[in-house]
Design a protein around this ligand. Structure first.
Ligand code: AMP
Length: 186
C-alpha cells in the first residue's frame, strides 16, 4: 500500500509492490529481505521512484543529500544530478579515504559503523537523507548524528520502503520520513 497518493500523478495504476522482490530468510533466518534490484531492473518502476522524489520535494530546499550505502546511492544520484546539489556518500567503516566522522548504529540484523567525509559537510547545510529501506531507523539516526556533529541540519529522510512495524517513526526524531510503500507485520 503506497502512501501519499497525491504524488502518484501519472502512475495511478502503478503497483510498486509488484516490482519489489521479496526473499525470505536472507541474509539470515527470519528476515524477509526486500530487494530493490528488481526495481532497478524495471525502468518503469525506477522512473516511478525517482519521479515520486521530485513530486515529494518539489518545493523543499535542500543544500545537500546524504545517501546510505549502497542501495541509497542509486536513488540519490539522479535526484542530486537534476537538483544540482552535492551528493555525500554514507559508507561503512574503512571505505572512505579522506578524514571522516563516524557513528555506530544498529541494523535490523547486526551492528556496524557508518562514516562520512567530514570536510564535505558544510555548516548549516540542509540535508535530505536517502536510503532504499527504513526498518529500525538506526541507520537514519546515525546519519542524522553525523550531519549534526558536522554542523549541518538533517531536514528529511527518503526511503523507497518503510517497515513501520519496526517502529522507526518513534525512534527517528530528527527528521520527517517519506516512503513510497510500507509493509506491516515483518
Ligand atoms: P535500519 O537501520 O534498521 O532502519 O535498517 C535499514 C538499512 O538496512 C537499509 O540500508 C536497508 O538497506 C537495510 N535493511 C534492513 N532490513 C532490511 C530488509 N528487511 N530488507 C532489505 N534491506 C534491509
Amino acid at each position: 500500500m503506497a502512501n501519499g497518493s497525491d504524488f502518484r500523478g501519472d502512475y495511478q495504476e502503478f503497483n510498486l509492490d509488484d516490482a519489489i522482490r521479496k526473499i525470505p530468510d536472507f541474509p539470515k533466518p527470519g528476515i524477509l529481505f526486500y530487494d530493490i534490484t528488481s526495481i532497478l531492473a524495471n525502468p518503469r518502476a525506477f522512473k516511478y521512484c525517482i519521479d515520486s522524489m521530485f513530486k515529494l520535494y518539489g518545493d523543499t530546499e535542500f543544500d545537500t543529500a546524504a545517501a546510505i550505502e549502497s542501495r541509497g546511492f542509486v536513488f540519490a544520484a539522479p535526484f542530486c544530478y537534476e537538483r544540482n546539489i552535492p551528493l555525500l556518500l554514507v559508507r561503512k567503516k574503512g571505505k572512505l579515504p579522506g578524514r571522516t566522522i563516524s557513528c555506530a548504529y544498529e541494523l535490523e540484523y547486526g551492528t556496524a559503523v557508518l562514516e562520512m567525509h567530514i570536510e564535505d559537510i558544510k555548516p548549516k547545510a540542509r540535508f535530505l537523507i536517502i536510503d532504499d529501506l527504513i526498518a529500525t531507523g538506526g541507520t537514519i539516526n546515525a546519519t542524522c548524528e553525523m550531519i549534526k556533529r558536522g554542523g549541518a541540519v538533517p531536514v528529511r529522510a527518503f526511503s523507497v520502503i518503510g517497515l513501520p512495524s519496526l517502529k522507526y517513526q518513534e525512534k527517528v526524531t530528527d527528521v520527517g520520513i517519506d516512503t513510497l510503500i510500507e509493509y506491516s507485520g515483518e
